[in-house]
Design a protein around this ligand. Structure first.
Ligand SMILES: O=C(CO)[C@H](O)[C@H](O)COP(=O)(O)O
Length: 229
């Protein structure tokens, strides 16, 4: 990506993050996603905390937990929570019907738990993430390692082309100790059906299709903030 485009995209990410952080209220339990857009939100939230806002938070990744703690945000154990008031997370793609592909950063499982627990699951994006149909971005599928080949073959039977995620010349391992298959299904006509088909494969911990979980998408485009809900 050219530098000016990158700067523009970062400015949009930050603007969406700042707009979303305004929804957080005193006393809220806040779910924190993972990624570069969410990092802008965590920093803005940290600032509000330093100014006196009382909140607690749940983190979707080790990286997010580390960043939040460094800013003075108290982190709760996700496994003990039955509800989250509001969550803020990014996405790799979204449609106007609020279906998403997530997991580019590999935190999809905990992100899905956080979004599922959230009364108000807010997604923040720059304008490049909005699509008519999901699927230009491959669907991340988190797989328990011993089921790798089985899941790979099942993805193939569903019409997908899987690829083991590699990062810095090594197999990418998630915070949960699993691997990720990035699955290319082409443009997806029926994301809800594909989501349910992937859920039924033994060995799949989670996949990056987020269907009917999101409350609103706060998107920044140029100088405008557009909210889809
Ligand atoms: O799902 C995610 C991590 O698992 C991220 O929210 C997604 O990849 C978007 O990342 P970024 O904000 O860096 O563009």
């Amino acid at each position: 990506m050219e530098k000016t485009n990158q700067n523009q995209q970062d400015a949009e990410k930050q603007a969406a993050a700042l707009a979303a952080v305004k929804y957080v209220k005193e006393g809220d339990v806040v779910g924190l996603g993972t990624g570069s857009t969410t990092a802008f939100a965590i920093k803005a939230l940290g600032k509000r905390v330093q100014e006196g806002l009382n909140i607690t938070a749940a983190a979707s990744s080790v990286a997010t937990e580390k960043l939040a703690k460094s800013l003075g945000i108290e982190i709760l154990d996700l496994g003990t929570l039955s509800k989250i008031d509001i969550s803020i997370d990014g996405a790799d793609e979204f449609t106007e019907s609020l279906d998403l592909i997530k997991g580019g950063g590999g935190a999809l499982f905990r992100e899905k738990i956080i979004a599922s627990l959230s009364k108000n699951a807010i997604v923040i994006t720059d304008a490049s993430k909005k699509v008519k149909k999901l699927g230009a971005f491959t669907v991340p599928v988190e797989v328990i390692p011993l089921a790798y080949q089985y899941v790979f073959d099942q993805i193939n039977l569903l019409g997908g082309q899987g690829k083991l995620r590699i990062k810095e010349n090594k197999t990418f391992i998630t915070d949960n100790g699993n691997v990720i298959i990035d699955a290319d299904f082409g443009l997806i006509d029926n994301p809800a059906k594909l989501s349910s088909d992937l859920n039924q494969i033994n060995g799949v911990l989670a996949h990056g299709l987020f269907i009917n979980i999101t409350s609103k998408v706060v998107m920044s485009e140029g100088t405008e903030i557009i909210v889809f809900e």
